[in-house]
Design a protein around this ligand. Sequence first.
Ligand SMILES: [Fe+2]
Length: 413
Amino acid sequence: MKKLNSACERLRKLNDSATAIREIDEIKHQANMLEFEVLKVHKIASSAIELAGSPLPSHNLVLLLDDAKALVHAERGVIFICGDDLDNCDIVTSSDHDTINDNRELECIKAISKESLNLNSTLHFSDFQEASAEYNIDMPARLLCRSAIISPLTVDVNGEIYTIGVLYLDSANEENSFTRQDRVIIESFTKIAALTIRNIRLSASLQLSYLETVQALAKTLEAKDPRTIGHSERVADYSERCAKRFKLNKDRQKALYSAALLHDIGKIGIREDILNKPGSLTNAEYEHIKSHPLISEGILHGLTFLSNEFRILSQHHERHDGKGYPRGLKGDDICLEGAILQVADAWDAMVSGRIYRDALDVGEALKELQDNAGTQFRPDVVTEFIQMILEEGILPLDPMIDMKQDDFSGYDN
Ligand SMILES: [Fe+2]
């Protein structure tokens, strides 16, 4: 009996440890699955962040499609980018060669995608026989054995559906037939992707409105001082091209371009009889003119989305040697964009002329830039700007500019 009890005890222990091992294995399996799901969620978030941080050229949509395919191990995929009308859409295919290029297949996929869009709901078929029967679509044999997920790229804005397109994924591998979980993952993915795409589009549209506003403001100034017609645009163009030569990133180039368009906006606050005075200015009049950068700051103050432009344009009459205005900033206290704007502004003023002096020819203007490098202008900016002019030439001027020389008082503009 003792032996039997002892054997039972050993068996019970063995059984307990076998159960424990099974439970441990199960927990390990669950942990692996959880880690896998966490990685997928991380991938979805990363895709959204990447998308949010960039404009939306078609190659980003290809990356988006590739990410979606990788999430559920899809073999093929396509994104239809459309408004409300799927018949007129752009088609984004994935970057690999296993893509959908059969027209009949594509038409069937589009038909089923239309259903997903109309329902504004993700469709999931374990095979296309099911879809073919449910939606009465005559499908080519190549499609029938495939498992598919079709998910609309839509955003619900207070009950109004904003449509971007549809994501379609399929797989012919029976072992990798899409699961309910895959459907949920893709549904989350398309929701985030659609929201991100919409935000990018909104942001692009806001930026366009902003640029149009900036241009309208610059035109207002030209109406007051017709002799400067085209000046802001030319200065913006010179500045942007020079910024590219310094390899400034796109955001800095854009801020400089807008700052250049707006750089003299404060002249709106300068009396017209002084702005248009053909002769020499009195000291008091010159001081009044010199207030225009501060007037610009007053106009733009508080517009936080213009903070970079604000900083650049407020420096356009500062000088490298610290003898400029309004703050007497010196050397590196002036940002590179501000230093570029100074040179571009002075250059255009020299070659187009002003009411108080004739235009210089290109050779004379280049010499003036060179002579003032290190005093009025930052030397490396002058070097790069001169190189740019020598390589690319100057912009055409407006033919209406016809001025007499009364004096020449530097390159302030
Ligand atoms: Fe100015």
